[in-house]
Design a protein around this ligand. Structure first.
Ligand SMILES: Nc1ncnc2c1ncn2[C@@H]1O[C@H](COP(=O)(O)OP(=O)(O)OP(=O)(O)O)[C@@H](O)[C@H]1O
Length: 376
């Protein structure tokens, strides 16, 4: 190819104008498919994006704080303990009243423990014949103390390795089959929950504006008659979670109190109010009930008259309540703002009135021009 022809080809390639050509096919079947596809797109945008997802709205997630206060009394009279009245300071552990609180319902008490030597509880790994079976200093986290190296009589028939520990040792097989604090089902809890949606400067509280002190002093949550009362009877919470209080109270468990603040801030959508629901959160797998419930140990310490430190060990079983607050809020004001500030004939006036321009004055103090218009 000559040089001139190559140059012409290059110029054509650079300066040629290309445009799309539309081919109209008068075919009924193809036309139907085309219109049907268009219809699907319109349905998706209008039906799903606009109506279902409310895509024209702006959303925000909740920020929340919760405090709780439990009230109620229980009376126990068992062979292990003197007759005893229990109040909130005895059975709420710890007592602060957080969004997660524990109520003691059953317990194994081991009183008058002192630091001393005693034979281990019988178990294939602790039973011995003589001292050679017990290694001094050995300790197993699953057992009760540090071995002294001696093999001692646990009973007239069984010998076990002696340990240095808090003696006498706890025997937790003595857990009552009926919860000791069965009366806890009638305890009540006051939940105070404040929330905010920062993007919309929206603040809410589960103690609603019309709830006054005298109502709070006697009300109790009932979905039909008192849905706005923030005081809940434990039995009702647990039955709404489709669990049985007395069954849960024996070995303990975890229960969720869910407060849903999801709402629509559009004026036509009604008030933004909390919605309560309750759910058992610990596993209740019928096929596998290994390690059920919830328990932990704590002790109360004393000094005896002879100066020896003594403690009462408590293995506490109970129900941990978790107040879980969640929600998202949406508002279509931002969509309206966009239309107002972009499409309307008086958009310049609206923009001037809605937006504040900060102008730096000579002495660096910002001066505002125009007024602001905030969200709710
Ligand atoms: N668990 C509860 N069960 C029933 N009523 C409760 C409970 N907790 C609080 N209340 C009542 O709700 C109201 C507000 O309680 P709040 O804790 O704010 O005030 P308080 O005066 O410190 O309460 P109180 O001294 O009675 O514990 C009070 O009338 C209080 O008695």
């Amino acid at each position: 190819m000559s040089k001139a022809a190559g140059c012409r080809g290059f110029l054509h390639h650079v300066f040629d104008y290309e445009t799309a050509k539309t081919l109209v096919i008068p075919h009924f079947g193809v036309g139907i498919v085309f219109r049907f596809t268009q219809l699907l797109v319109v349905l998706y945008v209008v039906g799903y994006v606009c109506v279902v997802q409310k895509g024209y709205q702006e959303t925000d997630s909740v920020i929340s704080t919760v405090t709780t206060k439990v009230k109620g009394f229980a009376y126990t009279n068992t062979s292990d303990m003197d007759p005893r009245m229990w109040d909130v300071a005895d059975y709420v552990i710890p007592p602060q009243g957080d969004s997660s609180f524990f109520i003691l319902t059953n317990l194994v008490v081991t009183p008058e423990q002192t630091q001393s030597h005693c034979p281990e509880l019988p178990n294939p790994s602790t039973v011995c014949k003589d001292d050679c079976d017990c290694i001094e200093g050995y300790n197993d986290p699953r057992r009760n103390g540090i071995r002294t190296g001696l093999c001692e009589n646990f009973s007239t028939t069984v010998k076990t390795c002696e340990v240095f520990s808090w003696c006498p040792l706890e025997v937790d097989t003595r857990l009552p089959k009926k919860a000791l604090l069965a009366a806890a089902e009638n305890f009540t809890v006051l939940i105070k929950n404040s929330i905010t949606y920062p993007k919309f400067n929206f603040h809410g509280r589960n103690i609603l504006p019309h709830v006054n002190s005298s109502y709070l002093a006697h009300c109790e949550f009932n979905r039909l008659t008192d849905p706005d009362c923030p005081i809940f009877r434990l039995k009702r919470i647990i039955s709404e979670a489709e669990a049985d209080f007395q069954e849960m109270a024996v070995k303990g468990g975890i229960l969720g109190i869910l407060i849903d603040w999801s709402c629509d801030l559009d004026w036509w959508a009604g008030k933004c109010l909390p919605k309560y629901s309750f759910r058992r959160l610990d596993s209740q797998n019928q096929d596998n009930d290994v390690a059920p419930g919830y328990n932990f140990r704590f002790a109360k310490f004393y000094k005896r008259a002879d100066g020896v430190e003594e403690r009462t060990l408590i293995k506490a079983y109970g129900i941990r309540f978790e107040v879980i607050v969640f929600g998202t809020v949406s508002d279509s004001e931002s969509g309206c703002n966009w239309v107002m500030l972009t499409c309307m004939r008086k958009r310049d006036l609206y923009t001037k009135e809605k937006v504040t321009y900060l102008v730096e004055s000579p002495d660096s103090e910002p001066v505002s021009m125009g007024t602001t218009y905030g969200t709710q």
